[in-house]
Design a protein around this ligand. Sequence first.
Ligand code: NCD
Ligand code: ZN
Length: 348
Amino acid sequence: MQQITLTQPDDWHLHVRTGDMLKTVINHTVRQFARAIIMPNLQPPVTNVAQALIYQQEILHAASSQYNFNPLMVLYLTNSTTVEDVRLAADSSAIHAFKLYPAGATTNSAQGITDLKAVFPIFAAMEEHNVPLLVHGEVTDADIDIFDRERVFIEQKLSVIHLHFPTLRIVLEHVTTREAVQFVQQAPDNIAATITPQHLLYNRNAILVGGIKPHYYCLPILKRETHREALVKAATSGNPKFFLGTDSAPHLSHLKENSCGCAGCYSAYAAIELYAEAFDAASALDKLEGFASFYGADFYQLPRNTQHITLEKTDWQVPDNYPVSDKTRLTPLKAGETLHWKLKESVA
Ligand code: NCD
Ligand code: ZN
């Protein structure tokens, strides 16, 4: 049997929600990852240090004490965020970044930013205090095609932010296009990107061929094959600007299988296995450890983990769903399919 051992990885982009959903998903993450960047797009959003500390406690309470999980908290940037909020975040060891959602771009982004220029003083404070800016990089203009929204955001918005704040550390989250890869590659070291498992494994045919498949619908939406190939190349290149961020985004099954289905793929149940599948398919398993376990920690200026995990090459079947409450379910990415890599239980 083939197996690989990796320094324990971290997830640099994760949604865990609250309540029953949090209890359903959190231990899937905790058994693999030492740390995760926790997205703040709750309803209402996590906008200040006090709210983030309460949310962090809820996560820690839900997480199995068998593992030593560290949730890294992020604040949601709104039109009302102040320079003082940035200073307080910089002073808090619990807070690791701010997240920019253009208003209306994705799930729970209604309180996001409507006018980028208006938050330039906040970016200036983040640059001064060395607080990273995490970006959902899509424009929201009704006349821009959904498949072009990331490219146009980079051209019209991200390049402008980077120009005005050249030393601001920025993570372009869940990149989905060749243009995003090129932008990040050409930028200085303070610009990085996360890549999800679904964008490495699938192109847009997964959503639309043979019927509408809502469990492949996430934002930014899956793109055509040439973009997927560019992402695989970037992830497996050994370039430290690209690192693991699942964007695992659980929604109840009936809210995805709906006439207006929610955006988000649930991948946390087998995140590292899904990445192993993608890296194996590219004959690049030797590049997985850097991507999953080193480059994100380095970018966030945190120590690399010292524990290890082991994956074995063995087939196992993904459950059709996970129960969330008596009546509700969560459908994972690749529900009912066979995965070829499996995490051995213990962290050592
Ligand atoms: C995320 C969610 O559901 O919170 N959805 C998604 O499709 N990725 C939000 C996000 O990261 O865009
Ligand atoms: Zn996300």
